[in-house]
Design a protein around this ligand. Structure first.
Ligand code: ADP
Ligand code: ASP
Ligand code: MG
Length: 402
């Protein structure tokens, strides 16, 4: 029997009761003859003592600087605490177990602190533990540079650790356990009638993740696609079947029409910038260069002759203001926006999808501030205050409730 990688998210490892449930789950796979690698996130969500956001707060409350190397060192502690407590829980049930950090697991990354990319996994230590009969608990979300600095893989990065280890160890299964029943047609916190998607392709799931469906990290989906490994998303707290992420899209009986839209994703904390600048002004090149140099990523980009409109994540707003102010450019900002994205591999070339989006949002009294599309998505920028109303309107319009 092969290796199973199981990843458990922050809520899943947050109480003694749930850690016991996880230990029993892992031990059950181990007793069936599998070698078991667990990947764990930091315990709980914002406010919980060792949650990643709480740790970031500890630092940022002292000084609002961006020493990403030290922030990574601090952020990595949440997962380290979680892994050691989880390993102790497994041992308390009579099975040998070792907790290891990303560094000890041989996860080597580049130097992009806060959003590092894995360049190599040296699996020998992990394999040693496994062949000695131990369950191994690996800290999610972290790695180490060749120079020995601790890095983190980007928010939600424990999923990526699981996918990376699944690939490097040629695992038989990669299971991602979380606090919902799988990848759903929308965030169930916003749309209570959202449904579990039983099977979804890497491409669609990647797009959902990039556009805000945080149930699985987009880098994890990309790694799984690269290795051809199937990702299973399941609920830690029940026995639901969950979602299979693979090359296949949902199986549809021949008698049924496939749905045009698979899911609606949303991303908040978006700011819209409008810059007054003529097309032949030299400062066009200057601000675009500065964005590239400082790593600002623009989205929903509309460039007109004497006006440039685009969105950025709220966290990039200070950088953008500094750049534009430094170039003496005239600009305005619309804060508290939200990007709503309809995802569906069938969208491309189908007439009428945009019409349905526009009409259903307009009927619900929601103003569309900007829009954009790709071959699998149509996105609208709206005010954050109308998010729930908007996402429910689209969910209903595309019959995702059924
Ligand atoms: P974990 O700590 O287990 O990694 P996350 O908070 O990162 O969990 O992701 C799970 C959350 O993702 C759910 O609680 C849910 O609110 C949110 N979510 C957003 N979009 C979706 C979606 N389309 N399907 C399922 N969950 C979603
Ligand atoms: N703890 C990290 C975060 O909150 C990684 C993860 O949960 O996947 O982003
Ligand atoms: Mg997550």
């Amino acid at each position: 029997m092969g290796i199973i990688v199981q990843k458990y998210g922050g809520t899943s490892v947050s109480t003694e009761e749930s850690r016991t449930r996880i230990a029993k789950n892992a031990i059950s796979a181990y007793q069936k003859g599998h070698q078991v690698v667990l990947v764990v996130s930091a315990m709980g969500r914002k406010g919980a003592p060792y949650a990643t956001d709480t740790l970031i707060g500890l630092y940022k409350n002292v000084i609002d600087e961006n020493n990403t190397r030290e922030l990574d060192l601090l952020m990595s502690c949440g997962e380290t605490i979680s892994a050691t407590v989880m390993a102790a829980t497994i041992r308390s049930h009579g099975v040998d177990c070792a907790a290891v950090t990303g560094f000890q697991a041989g996860i080597i990354t580049d130097m992009t602190h806060g959003d590092a990319n894995v360049i190599e996994v040296k699996t020998s230590k992990l394999k040693e533990h496994l062949s000695d009969g131990r369950i191994v608990v690996v800290t999610g979300f972290q790695g180490v540079t060749e120079a020995g600095d601790i890095t983190t893989l980007g928010r939600g990065g424990s999923d990526t650790t699981a996918a990376i280890l699944g690939e490097a160890l040629d695992a038989e299964a990669i299971e991602i356990y979380t606090d919902v029943d799988g990848v759903m047609t929308a965030d169930p916190r916003l749309v209570p009638e959202a449904k579990v998607i039983g099977q979804i392709s890497y491409e669609e799931c990647y797009q959902m993740a990039v556009d805000g469906a945080k149930v699985v990290d987009h880098k994890a989906v990309e790694v799984a696609r690269r290795s051809g490994k199937i990702l299973k998303i399941k609920n830690t707290f029940n026995e639901c079947e969950g979602t299979t992420i693979s090359r296949e899209t949902a199986a549809i009986p021949k008698t049924m029409q496939p749905k045009i839209i698979t899911a609606i994703a949303s991303k908040d904390n978006v700011a819209q910038f409008t810059i007054q600048i003529a097309y032949d002004d030299d400062r066009n090149e200057a601000f675009l260069n500065a964005f590239e140099d400082t790593g600002v990523s623009m989205d929903l980009i509309n460039f007109f002759e004497d006006e440039k409109i685009f969105t950025v994540g709220e966290h990039d707003k200070p950088k953008v203001e500094e750049i534009l102010g430094g170039l003496n450019l005239e600009y305005s900002i619309l804060d508290d926006c939200c990007k709503l994205t309809a995802v569906g591999y069938k969208i491309h070339g189908v007439p009428g999808v945009m019409k349905r989006i526009v009409l259903s949002l307009t009927k619900a009294g929601i103003e569309i501030l900007q829009s954009g599309d790709s071959h699998t998505t149509i996105a609208c920028l709206i005010r954050k205050s109308s998010l729930e109303k908007a996402i429910r309107a689209l969910h209903k319009e595309f019959q995702l409730n059924d």
